[in-house]
Ligand binder design. Structure first.
Ligand SMILES: N=CN[C@@H](CCC(=O)O)C(=O)O
Ligand SMILES: [Zn+2]
Length: 429
């Protein structure tokens, strides 16, 4: 067992109020000790998805130490074993001095669509010239994705994951949803599973071109043969619930998708309230979804339902930034006591960014979250949205996913927007 002392930390955000000041559990002039490959000995959850039996390949690797995951995320089973003042730090086998910088838990990006081919730059430009977004452009990404080789999709996915990691992301969820046939959805989930245990089956993204006018038939496919093939490769199921859209799914169809997914052993997530108010948020709460995402158009009833639930509201400000929609009312959610997460929604249509720091800056500037609320939502909030207790925090036993900021305080994430301050810390090599 090798221990690593990380020191020279001006401000350590633990997200554990028992360890430091405030909700962020901040320790100043801090150090942290990590045991490499310590999960078995630490006796903590090795990986919620692996325990759920949905990530067995990676779990077997975890028993042998480091996980068989490419340079993406998550990368290791290294664990935090000590946190405190640098002056009181115990000796360790190796020392990393971050030279007077802030350290935060690596970001937990709980909503992305990274498995796709092509881009939609022309659609974005048209939107900036006044067009509105209605989900219709998804079909062009479906066509490009179906036509791409597995190697091309794998390379694109790896590049996007590496891009996210280079900006401080430690855990990433990836959805299917640009295949929309049994074979294509299965292919996307297999590829996503190569880089993360947090995979989501989104066969109910939109009604594909060959099923236009026959949405119920497509729902039968999604809830039948497609789910049967895809469920073994997914931890979650998701649906784009948007009754006002000709492309997405109404409340009854969404309920059918979620119930079928639950019966197949998957956890639930919902795209809800993106294009207009609808039943998605309350449906997600009713069915015990881990998260309802977007919330661009929330009603008072939605907020009240969330406030009395364990469902996380995941806000995706990159979408509003690149569609021109109004930003969600984050303050109404926070003031009602709703648990809020921030995620990128990285996808070629509505939010082609892998940058959690950008989302934090937008949340502070455009959604009136404090810098502390935004950082919490991008770390601990994302972990809650994935029902994980091993990430999004840097308490004892947590996974040692450390992100270093080239700044003295987490406030700089929103104070210095667009500046590449955040990077995940390599503990080995
Ligand atoms: N709204 C549905 N899905 C994506 C957009 C996908 C696309 O436009 O390609 C989202 O989360 O915004
Ligand atoms: Zn999405």
């Amino acid at each position: 067992m090798v221990s690593v002392l990380v020191t020279g930390i001006t401000e350590l955000v633990t997200n554990d109020p028992a360890l430091g000041a405030g909700r962020l559990g901040i320790v100043r002039d801090a150090a942290i000790v990590v045991e490499l490959g310590a999960s078995a000995e630490a006796g903590t959850a090795s990986d919620a998805s692996a325990e759920a039996g949905t990530d067995t390949g990676a779990s077997a690797e975890a028993q042998r130490g480091r996980r068989a995951v490419p340079d993406g995320v998550p990368a290791s089973d290294d664990r935090v074993t000590w946190v405190g003042l640098a002056a009181a730090a115990p000796p360790a086998d190796r020392v990393i001095d971050v030279g007077g910088r802030a350290v935060v838990p690596s970001f937990v990006d709980s909503h992305t669509h990274l498995a796709f081919a092509g881009d939609r730059a022309a659609e974005f430009a048209a939107r900036m010239a006044g067009e509105s977004y209605d989900g219709g452009g998804i079909a062009s990404t479906v066509a490009a994705t179906r036509g791409a080789s597995a190697e091309a999709l794998r390379a694109r996915l790896a590049a996007l994951v590496a891009e996210a990691r280079a900006q401080g992301t430690g855990t990433i969820e990836i959805k299917s949803g640009y295949g929309l046939t049994v074979a294509d959805e299965l292919r996307l989930l297999r590829l996503a599973r190569e880089v993360t245990g947090e995979t989501t089956f989104l066969g109910a993204h939109v009604v594909p071109p060959e099923y236009v006018g026959r949405a119920d038939d497509y729902v039968d496919l999604v809830t039948g043969p497609m789910l049967a093939e895809c469920a073994p490769h997914a931890r979650w199921i998701d649906v784009f619930c948007e009754p006002g859209s000709p492309h997405a799914f109404d409340g009854d169809q969404s309920r059918a998708v979620l119930l079928a997914g639950r019966a197949a052993g998957l956890g639930l997530r919902v795209h809800a309230g993106q294009l207009g108010p609808g039943p998605g948020v309350r449906l997600g709460v009713e069915l015990g979804a881990a998260a309802v995402d977007h919330g661009t158009h929330l009603t008072r009833e939605d907020v009240d339902a969330l406030a009395g639930s364990t469902t996380v509201a995941t806000l995706l400000p990159g979408v509003e930034f690149s569609t021109g929609s109004p930003y969600p009312d984050a303050r109404a959610l926070l003031d009602a006591g709703v648990r809020v997460a921030l995620a990128t929604d990285c996808n070629p249509g509505t939010s082609f960014t892998s940058s959690m720091p950008l989302c934090i800056a937008l949340a502070v500037r455009e959604m009136h979250m404090t810098p502390a609320e935004a950082l919490w939502a991008a770390t601990a909030g994302g972990a809650l949205a994935l029902r994980r207790d091993d990430v999004g925090r840097l308490g004892i036993g947590a996974r040692a996913d450390l992100t270093v900021l080239d700044a003295s305080s987490h406030v700089h994430l929103s104070y210095r927007p667009g500046v590449p301050l955040a990077r995940t810390l390599a503990l080995t090599g």
